[in-house]
Structures are given as C-alpha cells and as structure tokens.
Design a protein around this ligand. Sequence first.
Ligand code: KG4
Ligand code: ZN
Length: 343
Amino acid sequence: MRVLGIETSCDETAVAIVEDNADGQRCLAHALSSQIEEHRAFGGVVPEIAARSHLDRLDGLVEQALKDADLAPGDLDGIAATAGPGLIGGVIVGVMTAKALSSVHDKPFIAVNHLEGHALTARFTDGVVYPYLLLLVSGGHCQVLEVKGVGQYRRLGTTLDDAAGECFDKAAKMIGLGFPGGPAVERAAQSGSADRFKLPRPLKGRAGCDFSFSGLKTAVRQTVDALPPGSLQAQDANDLAASLQQAIVVHIVDRCSNAFAMSETRPTAFVTAGGVAANTALRTALAKVAANQGIPFVVPPTELCTDNAVMIAWAGLERLGLGLTDPLGFKPKPRWPLDTANT
Ligand code: KG4
Ligand code: ZN
C-alpha cells in the first residue's frame, strides 16, 4: 500500500508518500517547506499569511514528492490530508488539494486528525504496538493519551490553559529570545543557571495529569519586569531560559508520572511526540519516567516530531488498511479532539 499525505495545518507545507509492504514500512518521499521566515517578523504564525503560502507552495510540493518517489498518481492507493485541528485556512487548502487529487485519479480520500498523525508516528518509526501511553507536546497541544488502536484514544489529561510550546514561545518573546521560542530557550539555557530565578511548580502534588502553563508565563513576565528597565543582559536571559526550561520539564514529568496509574491498559511503551519533544532536557527526564515504569521510552526523530507530512501519510495508510476512508463531502474541522469519533 502507498499513501500520499498532505500537512498544512500550521506553518509547514508538506507532502509525503509512505509505503507498507512485505519488507516493512518506509518513506518514499518527503517534500517540506517551512514558512518560519515569513512569520518571524510578527513573532508568531499569522493565519492569513500561512493559508496563502500553503496555496502557493502545495501543488509544487505534490509534484516534487511524486517525482522524488518516481511514481505517478495512479501508483498511489490513497490520498490523505490533515483535516483538522489547526488554522482553518491552511487546513482547507490541504483538504481541497487532497480531494481534487482523489477525485481526478479515483483514489480513496482519508481525512486525518493532525493529532492522530503525531500519535501514530512512533508506529511508523519504531513499530510500537498498541496499547501505549502518549505525551503529545507541541505549540498547540499538551495532552496525555492512552492509545489503544487507530481512532481509539482515551485522554487522561490536557492543559487547562496554554500548550507547552506556546509557553516556550511566549516566554521567549518576553526574554527577547526570538521565534520560534522553544529552540531559542533550549540554546540560551545551555549557558544559564536554572537556580537563579525561582519559578512556580504548577499543580504540584495534585492528582490527575492535567497541565497548566499560564502561571509560568506570568512569572517570567514578572521576573523580567522586576529587573531595572532596559537592563536584561545576556546572562539574565540565559539564566531565565534555564529556569523556565527546568520548570517546564519538572511540571511535565510530575504530571506524566501520574498518568500510568490512570491508564486502563498496561502500556507497551511511553511515547512522546510533537515539536517540544525535540527538547533534550525534556527527553532525558521523560526517559527516566519510562525507566521507572520498566517500559521503553520512544521519541521519533526530531524531523518527525515537529509537523510533517510523513505522519499524515502514515496515519492515512493505517486508516486505509482498516477500510476507514472518508467521503469527499468531509468538512475540515478547526477543532477536533482526538478522543471523539471521526465524524
Ligand atoms: O509540533 P509542532 O512543530 O507544531 C505544532 O503542531 O504546534 O511544535 C512547534 C512547537 C513550538 O512551540 C516550538 O517552540 C516548540 O515546538 N519546540 C521546542 C523545541 N523545538 C520546537 N520547544 C522546546 N525545545 C525545543 N528544542
Ligand atoms: Zn503538530
């Protein structure tokens, strides 16, 4: 089986083709174009610019992916696209393109939940088997899920306010570290001391595995404001970045540690996905959580943790294998929680 996948829900335009046959699963092509430079001046993703940029780039990337894989559209078994959640203008661009390809070449269309793409990536990269526990940490999401099968998710906890990546991004802006904030904070933290500024430990000691990051963001604001005006030096920024990164890591570890007791099944692995999973301090700390539970810790390679089309093609392929295709009338969904049915 071969499926072409399209991702346009945020600021990456991407097209991938994945194959699954008797020799195993592999990626035949991945054409990706990041819009980071177009949004940098605004300090965040501007939805209107993102949608227009997806429209400009997508056709070329579809062509490039087919060329790289040395395939014609007729060689594909299905066309998948992120159909939500995400910035709706971009999602519509991807879904319309996928529907057009599906209609013209008479191939099944598969509407993929972007979060399901992140959730199933570890099955493509590491062959993880169901059920497993997933921490999804990105710019738009922070949740823990019990993954029991395709379309079978039980959400154990979610953020009560901001996502982890959003906290990295907004705090980085306050500290003057630029966009995107996560990688900038991680870099600055390497030259900083995490002990200098005392930041809060949200929800510490509370049951459950919900998250909260808005208090941390406020604490960073107050810390910056408490320094004499205009006097934020490089060392202050590095120390604050290190303190913030440590606070986020401690919070995520604290919450995830509660998730195992809440799971209905014994997970085969603890999987982390989403852009924030690129953070080395977080990975190291989460590996210890998994080790304490006596199960493997799995993180896909960074380029498949951040938004990409391989995960959408793979989720499409898993769905297609189960006969889970969608009508061309399927409506893109700006909001689409993972633990609800694909309707
Ligand atoms: O999954 P993703 O590419 O897009 C969304 O679906 O949100 O995640 C992007 C988020 C951004 O907030 C970015 O700052 C964060 O992931 N991020 C990181 C790192 N690399 C990316 N956060 C912390 N440390 C990093 N190294
Ligand atoms: Zn994502």
